[in-house]
Design a binder for this molecule. Structure first.
Ligand code: PHE
Length: 401
């Protein structure tokens, strides 16, 4: 579907969706929903069980990421189990709170691998947690598919070698940064940009770097670059520098918790240039008033009219009190389905070499798009640009690789 047809249809479709998704307090699945795996599993069917771990940041700085990821993956697993499981085996999810942070994520990975005997991991969400988990999973021949971690280092080691057991369901940040830069230059007509970044966050640092490269290559100029840490709450010093530099655009590729703070303080300072970011803005807790006028690149729009998207939105809403899935839920659903389809195609859940070969060869019609893996175990997929305006997030355009 080209971007124009999405846009045309979305004029009607979006109105209905916007009512459901945005105008009212946006429904979101609550953490206390009974979505985790039951502690005592019912007796396994004759074919046995397959355990799949879901590492999701249910607590910590970005809990909406964890809830959506868990709920998207659990919906896929429930659908498979309702059809009889995979290869005659029931799928048993094991949900762990990995907090978008390296140490808890590594502990969770070691726990599910060494204590639960898991051979398959869906997660983590955040690149800075997925990267250390990938080292463990790859060394132990455990297949890891991150739904959402976009930093290149998740699937490729510092030596440049591909980690054969590690995959993801999302595009990567060199592409996401390029899409943002192109949109800033061509659609917003920005000639200058100011970048704000947390250097200790692999995702933020990477995306800032890829944006800068594409923006300058495209003829734009970076007129300021300032760093902060994830402990900072007062951004006034940096925002004063932004005010002085008067950029056409501020690029802030961080998660929603930081974006909320920065955007609010920017508005209070009277800054009027648009802010732009990446998928990390995608949250039911994004402050739509503070972020008004902003743009972000993402993996999916709920206004997309493809039938797979409509079917997923319906099934997700039915299971989770009318919640409208965000990109994290969609990608977790796709990641779980890719994994289970690969187990099915391999005909085994014991031999992870066979499963990873099946995954490498997959051609999967996901909710987030058609998925095949490139040489680095990354899908090649399009991105969307979304706009925060008048209390809602709406679709602006689609960019193909
Ligand atoms: N891409 C982010 C990362 O790598 C995670 C993320 C994806 C957050 C999608 C929100 C939505 O850390």
């Amino acid at each position: 579907m080209n971007s124009r047809s999405i846009k045309m249809i979305s004029i009607l479709g979006a109105a209905a969706l916007a009512l459901a998704a945005c105008a009212a307090p946006r429904p979101v699945a609550q953490p206390e929903q009974p979505a985790e795996a039951p502690k005592e599993q019912p007796a396994a069917p004759a074919g046995g069980e397959i355990k799949i771990a879901i590492l999701a940041p249910l607590s910590g700085p970005v809990p909406t990421f964890g809830v959506s990821t868990r709920d998207g993956a659990l919906l896929a697993i429930e659908e498979w189990n309702a059809k009889g499981g995979v290869n005659g085996m029931k799928i048993v999810p094991i949900v762990e709170d990995s907090q978008c942070t390296a140490d808890p994520a590594v502990n969770a990975a070691n726990k599910v691998i060494d204590q639960d005997g898991v051979k398959f991991i869906i997660g983590e969400v955040c690149s800075k947690a997925s990267i250390p988990v990938s080292e463990i999973a790859n060394a132990k021949k455990v297949i890891q598919i991150s739904p959402t971690s976009t930093n290149p280092a998740v699937t490729v080691g510092s030596d440049g070698a591909v980690k054969p057991y590690i995959f993801r369901a999302c595009f990567i940040d060199p592409f996401q940064g390029q899409v943002a830069a192109k949109f800033a230059l061509e659609t917003l007509g920005a000639k200058t940009a100011f970048i704000m970044l947390d250097q200790a966050n692999d995702y933020v640092r990477g995306l800032a770097e890829f944006f800068e490269k594409s923006f300058t290559e495209g003829g734009g100029q970076i007129v300021g670059k300032e760093t902060y840490t994830d402990k900072d709450t007062d951004f006034s010093a940096i925002l004063s520098k932004v005010a002085e530099a008067k950029p056409d655009l501020v690029y802030l590729p961080d998660y929603y918790n930081i974006v909320n703070l920065v955007a609010k303080q920017a508005k209070e300072k009277g800054l009027t240039m648009p802010f732009m970011g990446g998928d990390g803005w995608d949250s039911s807790d994004l402050d739509l008033t503070a972020a008004d006028g902003g743009y972000f690149t993402n993996h999916y729009s709920s206004e997309d009219t493809r039938p797979e998207v409509a079917a997923f939105i319906k099934a997700y809403g039915a299971k989770y009190n009318g919640a409208v899935p965000d990109a994290l839920a969609v990608l977790a659903y796709d990641a779980a389905n890719i994994l289970i389809e690969s187990i099915k195609a391999a005909g085994t859940a014991d031999d992870t070499d066979k499963v990873r070969e099946a995954m490498k060869a997959i051609n999967f019609k996901g909710v987030s798009g058609q998925i095949t893996f490139d040489d680095n175990n990354n899908p090649v997929k399009s991105a969307v640009v979304l706009q925060v305006k008048d209390g809602k997030v709406s679709y602006n355009t689609t960019v193909n690789p």
